[in-house]
Design a protein around this ligand. Sequence first.
Ligand code: GTP
Ligand code: MG
Length: 345
Amino acid sequence: MQVGICGYPGSGKSTVFEALAPGATSGKGGISYGNIKVPDPRIDRLAEIFSPKKKVYAEVTFLDVGGQSRADTGAFSTEVVQHMRNADVLVHVARGFENPMLAQSPNPRRDRDLFADEINLLDLQIIERRGERWKKENKKGAEVVVNDKLQAALEDGIPLRALDLSNEELATLSGIQLLSLKPLITVFNLSEDGWADDALADLRETKILGGNELSMALCGAVEKEIAELDAEDQAEFLEGLGLGEPARHEFVRAAYRLLDLISFLTAGPDECRAWPIHRGTIARKAAGKVHSDIERGFIRAEVYRLEDLEEHGTEAALKSAGKMHLEGKEYVVKDGDVVNYRFNV
Ligand SMILES: Nc1nc2c(ncn2[C@@H]2O[C@H](COP(=O)(O)OP(=O)(O)OP(=O)(O)O)[C@@H](O)[C@H]2O)c(=O)[nH]1
Ligand SMILES: [Mg+2]
């Protein structure tokens, strides 16, 4: 999964990127990529039981798309837009702190609305061009109907993610990357004063806004500092601030929820590992994440819950207690299922 961090110049994108993906490596042309592990205490608990050689957490890739804008209009540059189109999720960093390099005073609500309008407009340009071409060709059919529907919504200022398009409708859009259709996380990047400001209270709580949009707040500069500390100092620092955990944990969980991702777990003496899948994935398909041979030669899945393992101590004991469930290929895998696959090749 690739998360594109975007926003207006000087809004704190690179700061937030470094806070979310500490120690990330920079890529070409000022674009930075970084992977972060999805914190998962279940993996830690499994590792205590199995003492594996390796612990593997699920990972999310972050991309700092940069803030270059076009000198003529102030709109995002073509290159920035291209990076945004390639992302699976957009994170919009809205500035809520005084930046001495910028004349404009901070106004995160204004930036949120501007950003929404700008990506709507970028989508509208694509949809209009398609519509005009098809009109000339006198094209008819489902894709034309969908195109007209999207155009009407965008003209009314409605982002496409709010339309709840059916799978059939979405299928007519494969091959074009519409920005307002992508899941969006708005991050209000507040100063420490802003964090304490009652006028911004409504921005501070993490809010789910419809199926694939959410907003949350953090102090980019503080989070970056926290991320640079080693684990021990981090805990101390957080305690000093009265915080339980760094905001990146909340962020990753929120992103996971937004994408409707869950994790199933595998455990053994070699590795304990979390595997991200979309909610609703069936056992046979999920097996393909681990190895394509397991998907092909799938016989069954042996599934148990971590709580049962903790109660009974070992897989063998849990099995005799009847807590190991045998599931077929159509079984819908649940978040936190610990799975052993039986397969032949
Ligand atoms: N006070 C405060 N300053 C911040 C915060 N986040 C970023 N800054 C400062 O704002 C300036 C710009 O931050 P960057 O992270 O470079 O912003 P950017 O969006 O990546 O900038 P461009 O890539 O040039 O568009 C830097 O001097 C940061 O130290 C914050 O949460 N609070
Ligand atoms: Mg930057």
